[in-house]
Write a protein that binds this ligand. Sequence first.
Ligand SMILES: NC(=O)C1=CN([C@@H]2O[C@H](COP(=O)(O)OP(=O)(O)OC[C@H]3O[C@@H](n4cnc5c(N)ncnc54)[C@H](OP(=O)(O)O)[C@@H]3O)[C@@H](O)[C@H]2O)C=CC1
Ligand SMILES: O=C(O)[C@@H]1CCC=N1
Length: 272
Amino acid sequence: MSAPTIGFIGAGNMATSLIGGMLQQNFKASRIMASDHSVEQRDKLARQFGIRTSADNTELARECDVLVLAVKPQGMQAVCRALPSERKDGQLVISIAAGISCQSLGQWLGEGTALVRCMPNTPSLRRQGVSGLFATEQVNEGQKQLAESILNAVGISLWLSEEAQIDAVTAVSGSGPAYFFYLIEAMTAAGEQLGLPRETAERLTLFTALGAADMAVHSDVDAAELRRRVSSPGGTTEQAINSFARDGFPEIIARGMQAAASRGAELSRELA
Ligand SMILES: NC(=O)C1=CN([C@@H]2O[C@H](COP(=O)(O)OP(=O)(O)OC[C@H]3O[C@@H](n4cnc5c(N)ncnc54)[C@H](OP(=O)(O)O)[C@@H]3O)[C@@H](O)[C@H]2O)C=CC1
Ligand SMILES: O=C(O)[C@@H]1CCC=N1
């Protein structure tokens, strides 16, 4: 059997991250297509990745074994309703939109559609992504494996037992890279205030983030224990951690993530 064709509708940030990662992992450019209404965006992807692009979403719907819906949530209904009901036989549709439920997608695309809802993240571009996946009952085992092979090509993926968990995944890992970038920005600025040149503060911060994440991923003890091992009694780290705790760091993070998850649920209602 020949390799499946994968079509991305919406060729923006997230599609670029996924396609970039897939091409580094044995997916052939000749089997990937992308459509976008922006000619600049189409040209950019065609140049960057050597994939076929189109201005016509219908062309992808008719030709591709897998359709990845990668437009903004607010544009999803119009995109789905404009797709033809006669699409490629056995097609799997993967939606990566935050807050668009399988129920809405089923209504817009046709109830028999095999649908996977997925929440990836932008480090997929570096093949360091993590995705949560939820399959509707129309999805067969082969299609599940196909979805997994796409997302595993750009990082790791985890199946969810309930669709509602997607909002939590969005709050943790979908939006998560932005929280770490925010911390990097804040630590770099604080390093500068402490007298370091900006570039030095930035490199120290970036490599500390990379080292800490790598160490935590490969450790057999949890993050709290790793933190304790850095914090010598009466030393410097303890002072920083105590100051963070006094200022409510865990509560600040929990409130922010609750806001992200609530927005996901709100979008599902608003855009149904
Ligand atoms: N960015 C992220 O980190 C993540 C995003 N997501 C989800 O991925 C989806 C895409 O997000 P993102 O990549 O950031 O968004 P972008 O705006 O970067 O990409 C969407 C692209 O789709 C194009 N588009 C809009 N309408 C149509 C249409 N009718 N036909 C074809 N193309 C169209 C847009 O063009 P134009 O701009 O001209 O309208 C744009 O180029 C969202 O639903 C988001 O929830 C999920 C996980 C992480
Ligand atoms: O901010 C957003 O809505 C999207 C979903 C997760 C990351 N970006």
